[in-house]
Ligand binder design. Structure first.
Ligand code: NAP
Length: 260
């Protein structure tokens, strides 16, 4: 592996991002790890460098903050590091009635799930285009398939990620850059706590572990697929959400999520 090329993973301090970091390290990729908690990132750096003989750079950032993405991009360029694989994984949700939510939290969600992901893609894909090679994995969600009462803003952010990723994957055809949207269903990670919810047993039926989701994302990225569902249950939800009228879908989702 070229020592100046790196896989950049956002949200690498836990959950799906951490599992992706482990998989890339096993495959001998150098890593740039981004999240807010520097302590956790440093522990992961120590663990993975020892086990896999790769170079890991830790860049603690709050990506919902203004200018954080441009700062990150400048620091990476300044150090002469080249990002040939970008994983936009950092994101969070917020469960509950829209009007009872904390407005600042909802705004930060849009900053992280949408604005930061779009900016990261713009800046790093721009560099990839100059080299004629690059891969991007954007973590969307089953929540992006349909309107979701009680997850209204989160589902809308993931609909953005899914639509945006598919559109630019098409635009970038022939440039050597591919973009995958990974759509997991419920996965047991720090997500539930951040979203103020606990998945019910029904929701977790047929659910996958963060490791399984990370593996399927990695495989899809390597194959250059456009969309990867987090298992057959998510594939089924996608089909059903296309067949049923949108009005019915939102009623069904409301019933399911009311009891979370
Ligand atoms: N778990 C699920 O059920 C599920 C289902 C579908 C899709 N997803 C998506 O999967 C992705 C990963 O989530 P997860 O399930 O692995 O949840 P998680 O365990 O809560 O991980 C979220 C990661 O994002 C980082 N992060 C959060 N806010 C950040 C910020 N402002 N700036 C930088 N990093 C930030 C967190 O680290 P710090 O706290 O250290 O910043 C953490 O590393 C998200 O995009 C989520 O929407 C999850």
């Amino acid at each position: 592996m070229d020592h100046s090329t790196y896989v950049l993973i956002t949200g690498a301090s836990g959950g799906i991002g951490y599992e992706l970091a482990k998989i890339f390290a096993v495959h001998k990729h150098n890593l740039i790890l981004v999240a807010r908690s520097e302590k956790k990132l440093l522990q992961i750096k120590e663990e993975l460098e020892k086990k896999h003989d790769v170079s890991i750079v830790v860049m603690p950032k709050d990506l919902s903050a203004n200018n954080s993405v441009t700062e990150l991009f400048s620091e990476i360029k300044h150090h002469g590091m080249e990002v040939h694989i970008l994983v936009n994984n950092a994101g969070f949700g917020d469960y509950g009635h829209f009007l009872d939510a904390d407005l600042m939290k909802l705004q930060n969600m849009i900053e992280l799930n949408i604005r930061a992901l779009m900016q990261m893609t713009y800046l790093f894909a721009g560099e990839m285009r100059k080299k004629g090679y690059g891969k991007i994995l954007n973590v969307a969600s089953v929540a992006g398939f349909t309107a979701m009462p009680y997850f209204a803003v989160y589902a809308a952010t993931k609909a953005f990620v899914l639509s945006f990723s598919q559109a630019i994957d098409e635009e970038l055809e022939g440039t050597g850059i591919s973009v995958v949207a990974l759509c997991p269903g419920p996965v047991s990670t720090g997500f539930e706590r951040a979203a103020n919810m606990t998945y019910s047993k029904t929701m977790m039926l047929g659910a996958y572990s963060p490791l399984q989701i990370a593996k399927s994302g990695y495989r899809a990225l390597m194959k250059g697929k456009s969309v990867q569902y987090g298992g057959w249950t998510v594939g089924m939800v996608n089909i059903v959400s296309r067949l049923l009228p949108r009005k019915w879908m939102r009623k069904i989702v409301k019933k399911v999520l009311q009891h979370e």
